[in-house]
Design a protein around this ligand. Structure first.
Ligand code: AMP
Length: 574
């Protein structure tokens, strides 16, 4: 018999009660064992509080007020009675659970997971006139039919409050535990997940054909592939040594797009795998008129240009294209050029394991090298000697670009990986540190003095230890943000508060903060120097850190890694 939702709620409860990551992984692996292959995908989406993979724009559009209405209606109490109880308990789920326990009629149906999933899917799908009433009646129907514990979790889903406190990596480890009783398969599972970051698809594949199935996982059009990243070096000789005869491209300072197209249409994904198709109609038009009906996945960087001079614009101007309103008007004011530099999939065939040289050859058959159109092939030259790298770099600086990329001609495209297949060589700044560092906001202090009025005075920021899947601190940032930035960051923090220190944060007692923030906000930080530090768990700290920009295009596990900070530390001390 298909698994009941009430059973899943029991799992949710044990996950909620444990504060050990290992224990959570074990609970997940038991759940995965018990689940059937026809319901595993739905269970995985529900574990993330969703009804679709993370990259699909499926939203419930339900506010707290609507959930209160649905709850009060389901148990037949006045709105203010429910609201009072909710305030007292501080949690909408616990409030409805208590009222359900008190309700005299016992729940009538023991709904299956698929039943509940489908109803939540209907709820998310309904939009337009009358949809508010429909959403309320779907949710109140679910509350009526479910037991108290299930209600606790179900009402949290439409307001994005399910948050069970684990990362994707913990889910993947759960599968490794299910298959092997330890985390030894993490690498294999992660690799497949980076090509197809659809947790439901990965789970179903494992249930159907265990780890063997994963080796056949290939990219699919309209499922974004986790994007490959670059290592950094600061000397042409070192670069040439690592990558002889490398392919030199310019490093454009815009935003990266992964473009998926077939005859049914075009979709654009950002670095954080967000579907941004609607934001860039000019790019969609260029792709659909110039690359006709091909099954493709390509990558490139989009940069705004001046309609007066034709020159590329600095990032601060390009970024204005990232908006939800007035899209058409802004696209006339700041038109984009897309410089494509990689081809990952063509007509049914995955190209990610092909050498870059071959991928670029195929790409040049699809896109012209112009720098005058919306769609352009990123120009390439070959580095025959270190001097070529230096020359290209200096030219790119003259042209007001960020620097260059040097890529290994026979390198594969490795989703999500950062390795020597791609090397970035960026402008060296007046500081000792060669590059900015992307940090995760882990929490904040209320602050004193002038900023006590804002309610935020210092930010605890950290970098990622991928081996251990934990974030480690590198700085407490108390200056280097403008008043507007402090307000903005505070607002974002308050959307992701955590009652306790999140499990995957490693923080020294001396660095504890007034308020913990769940992994969600990424800041690009510039600093003068990296120093050794006994107080920060990364054992390195940033000196004179300041905010360069908010990186809402990056996911928490996209932040700079410990290894990279160590490498920057070495670079600076040469
Ligand atoms: P960074 O964000 O400093 O780690 O640099 C990597 C980013 O540079 C990529 O994610 C792209 O958005 C951007 N980029 C600009 N030009 C290129 C290029 N020719 N090849 C690859 N990435 C590029």
């Amino acid at each position: 018999m298909a698994m009941r939702f009430s059973r899943l709620a029991e799992y949710f409860e044990s996950i909620e009660q444990t504060s050990s990551r290992l224990e959570m992984t074990r609970i997940l692996s038991d759940l995965f064992k018990e689940a059937d292959r026809d319901e595993i995908a739905q269970i995985l989406y529900l574990l993330q509080g969703r009804v679709a993979p993370l990259y699909e724009k499926v939203e419930f559009n339900m506010g707290e007020k609507m959930v209160i209405k649905a709850s009060a209606r389901a148990v037949g109490v006045e709105l203010n009675v429910f609201t009072t109880l909710f305030k007292k308990k501080g949690d909408i789920g616990v409030a409805i659970e208590e009222l359900k326990k008190q309700a005299s009629t016992l729940f009538s149906k023991d709904l299956s997971i698929l039943d509940v999933f489908n109803q939540l899917g209907r709820l998310a799908d309904s939009s337009g006139v009358g949809s508010q009433d429909l959403k309320i009646s779907i949710l109140s129907g679910l509350i009526q039919e479910l037991d108290p514990l299930s209600c606790r979790f179900v009402v949290r889903i439409p307001i994005n409050k399910l948050r069970l406190g684990f990362s994707d990596v913990t889910i993947l480890d759960g599968f490794s535990w299910m298959l092997k009783g330890d985390k030894s398969l993490r690498g294999v599972i992660e690799k497949a997940y980076h090509v197809r970051p659809d947790i439901g698809f990965i789970g179903k594949t494992i249930k159907e054909s265990s780890e063997k199935g994963l080796t056949h996982v290939k990219p699919a059009v309209f499922t974004p592939i986790l994007m490959m990243r670059a290592e950094r070096l600061a000397d042409p000789k070192d670069i040439f040594e690592k990558v002889p005869e490398g392919i030199i491209e310019e490093k454009y300072d815009g935003f990266r797009l992964q473009i998926h197209a077939n005859k049914s249409g075009v979709k654009l994904f950002s670095r954080s795998l967000e579907n941004v198709t609607e934001m860039y109609p000019d790019i969609v038009l260029a792709i659909s008129t110039e690359i006709k009906y091909k099954n493709i996945i390509i990558e490139g960087e989009a940069v705004g240009y001046s309609t007066k001079t034709g020159k590329l614009l600095p990032f601060q101007e390009t970024v204005q294209r990232k908006r939800k309103y007035d899209i058409e008007a802004k696209s006339k004011e700041i038109p984009l050029r897309l410089f494509v530099f990689d081809l990952l999939y063509l007509n049914g065939k995955s190209l990610i394991d092909e050498p870059l040289k071959h991928r670029r050859e195929l790409l040049s058959g699809l896109v012209k090298n112009t720098a005058k159109n919306t769609l352009n092939l990123a120009p390439e030259t070959i580095a025959r000697a270190p001097e070529d790298i230096k020359k290209s770099f200096l030219k790119s600086i003259e042209d007001n670009l960020e620097g260059i990329m040097v890529k290994k001609p026979d390198g594969a495209y490795q989703p999500n990986a950062r390795n020597w297949n791609w090397i970035k060589y960026k402008k060296s700044y007046a500081t000792k540190v060669e590059d900015t560092i992307d940090c995760l906001v882990m929490g904040y202090d209320f602050g004193q003095g002038k900023r006590s009025g804002f309610g935020i005075g210092a930010l605890l920021i950290g970098v990622y230890d991928g081996q251990k899947d934990v974030f480690k601190t590198v700085s407490k940032l108390g200056t280097g943000l403008t008043d507007i930035e402090w307000r903005e960051v505070k607002k974002l923090c308050d959307q992701s508060l955590s009652k306790k220190k999140p499990l995957n944060y490693s923080v020294d007692k001396q660095m504890a903060v007034d308020v913990w923030v769940k992994p969600s906000i990424v800041l690009e930080i510039r600093s003068d120097e990296i120093t050794k530090s006994p107080m920060h768990t990364a054992h390195l700290a940033l000196r004179f850190p300041r905010l360069e920009r908010l990186r809402d295009d990056k996911r928490p596990d996209d932040v700079t890694t410990i290894e990279e900070v160590e490498q920057l530390f070495k670079l600076q001390n040469r």
